[in-house]
Design a protein. Sequence first.
Lengths: 477, 422
Amino acid sequence: MNAPFSSYLQSIAPCMKQVISLLGASFDYVSILSTDSVGWRIAIGQRSKAVTNSTMTTERGCVIRVCRDGLYGEYAFNHFDPEHPEQIAQDAMAAFRAQRELLSLTGTRPYATPALPDEPCDLFTEFAAQELPENTDQKALIDRLSRLSDLAMEKGQHLIECQVTAQSTHISKMFLSTRRDLRQSYIYSEGSIVPIAFHDGKNVYTHVSVAGREGPEIFTALEGKLDESLEIIHDLLRAERVVPGEYDVITSPEVTGLIAHEAFGHGVEMDMFVKHRALGSSYIGKRVGSDLVTMHEGAKCAVNVTSYAFDDEGTLAGDVTEIDHGILRTGICDALSALRLGTQPTGNGKRQNFEHKVYTRMTNTLFDSGTSSLEEMIRSVSHGYLLRGMQSGMEDPKHWGIQCIVERGYEIVDGRLTGRVVSPLIMTGYVPDLLGSVSMLSSDREVFGSGGCGKGYKEWVKVADGGPCLKTRARLG
Amino acid sequence: MSPYLLPLLNTCGADAWELTETRTEGWEFYFIRHALDQHRVLNVTHTTVKVFRKSEDGAFLGSASGEIHESASEEETKELLSRLLFQASLVRNPVYALNTPKPVEPLNLSLPDIPSMARDFIEAMRQVPETPGESINSYEIFVHLRTRHFMNSNGIDLTETVPDSMIEVVVNARAEEHEIELYRSYTSGTCSRDDLIRDLTDTLRFGRDRLHTVPTPPISTAPVILSTSAAVDVYRYYIERMGAAMKYRRLSDWEIGQKVCDAPLTIEALRTLPNSSGNHAFDPEGAPVRDLLLIENGTARAFWGSSQYAGYLRLKDAFIAENFRVSGGTQDAAALRTGNYLEVVEFSDFQVNSMTGDIAGEIRLGYWHEGDRTTIISGGSVSGNMRETPLSFSKETRQYDTCLIPSVTRLETMHITGIDPA
């Protein structure tokens, strides 16, 4: 079946088109993004259980974007009478006028930008879905999640809690402008198992997850992750502290994805180029990694949680080769930044929700695969670590620094795993050094879409990242 | 709120319910240098309901929550409430009581209007003393007035309007071809103009220093001094572990009367702090907010939290706290800056995990004090664990929005990963 497009958005479309027409008399550019995304989140633990009908991306509202005299403004709203589009237009005009008065009073000048091109385009896409979140047998699901949590407590060592979560969201978005009418709907889901242990005065926990542009049918895969999560707990309980230094490391696909995302991906978000906040802007066409490094970015280059048909500015989804055998070719770009830079948008203009501004944001950020096996890669290391489990990262586009917090490392000495585990690990360094020392990549590839991405400390959106295992040199502390 | 929502809530079959309606008026301004990238207006209302169902034997209480959109028809609202009731019946938590009406003293804030709040920020940014070598790269201003109306089936019916603001600023420093940036983010009620200008002036100075850093040497272990907002995360470790949710879920093993810190640490939840974005007369569940001593001289005194977890721990007059004061330091800030130590003023992302106690952060700008020498450094990382590092802190304090903390914090035993010399 297909994920049906929101009947609510269908019903307000004529009203929004009227609003665009009314505002078009006063502005050089007008568009409206309308959203209606529904979903739920279930969290089952030993000590508490919760059901909420909100996830990171549930929302219903509209945002008008206008441009006049080189200045862009937006008006976000969610209560209105669709029988009276003239009232919506009046409210927006009054809001813009009030702000312009303040701008005039303070002598604020605009970062003058031409009106966005508004090429004609009609699109209606309902992505395929096996099961809709609206139709899920939630009783059966809660029973399954509860059994998983109970089973973890029976099997796990020193567990004090095991939280199992499942969330599913049905996204519908409609982008309208004078010449564009784009509508899309899709479903994405994610689930996780988080066992928590306490032993010898030490608390440890891990997080294993499933995620994809799928419906709640994805949660059956959680059962297969339980034993893996308990083995990780066992490893974390016996983990030692790493001796800080530079090492050969082999990254699991999850950590590879973290590097792709944090160490590189943020660095080529081209809204940062506009502000001269990205070192990457001076490296276009230059070498930033070894010959083995090729990286793709775009909503179309994988099927995962943020694989949409068009972005929040009405730009169709893309697939960009950011790095081609070590050479930086391009970044990713929202429409407004593209206009300012004289380039093309790549379908990466995203909002946290209708109340938030568009920024250049990642979608699927992936290293291409190589030709080695993991065993070959381990055999090639004289002293280093196999890194698994991502916890967090922080971007540094200006200086191309790296901060990735990795959950654990498995020691390799003379080409063999020694059985020793270190945790946690802070991986730091300089992006071109890290990418430049990539010497092997495995032939497989995985994509991960759980969690979220911030721009600094705010503007949270869904992203996915991944790749093969890769061997490189990194500083661990 | 639609006129049929309350009648439907009262007749839908729920054993109890909570309703929160939040109306937000907001203005936003995005600047590239001092030129306006974009201006935005928010005019949004969100109404969330939570319905509760008891099990037949009365031993368990289930709940489910969801938003009733402003556009929802009566039929849609009935359908959502019916779905919430079904979901609530699937959730079995031990029973607890919702809050009941209690006297709530209003905050009596004098509320500025949105344009004034925004204007204060715009004008403050123009007063930051920029030079050709140190300047503002970009900034984003967010000002809101939020009116929150909370009701529950026990008869609580409360409304308040409070301001909150945020400004995110990036500064540059440059010398010849080399340019760096530093990032700052400030949240508050309204614009604290003097504080903002003062802190950004300091930040510009840090930017100048960042131009002249050397790679962090391989220091191994040393005390680390925190004198910026990163230190808030150190105290959040204690605050969160005194949370009823963590305690009930066994993620915190602290007990009342237990020594939880060897330092003379005192932490209080406060009803108000000057110009805090967390000043509220009542919490999100309608409980009056008050002052509460959480930790006294290193000893745990009281847990804080929501009605659910506070109920499980049998806490009286509990509430969800937002403002905190940390005190108890007996030394001057200068006395803490002795011996060899690393003072880090800029991290990529300083983190303290309240469950494990792990501390981590990449160093973007630090000052390594070794004997009489001070070296400005960058790169590498600090790491440690709150359970393993002795803590000391100054008697002087500084406020970062909802947290009033010592202005200088010293973590005695931290691992510092430097950059090996080539």
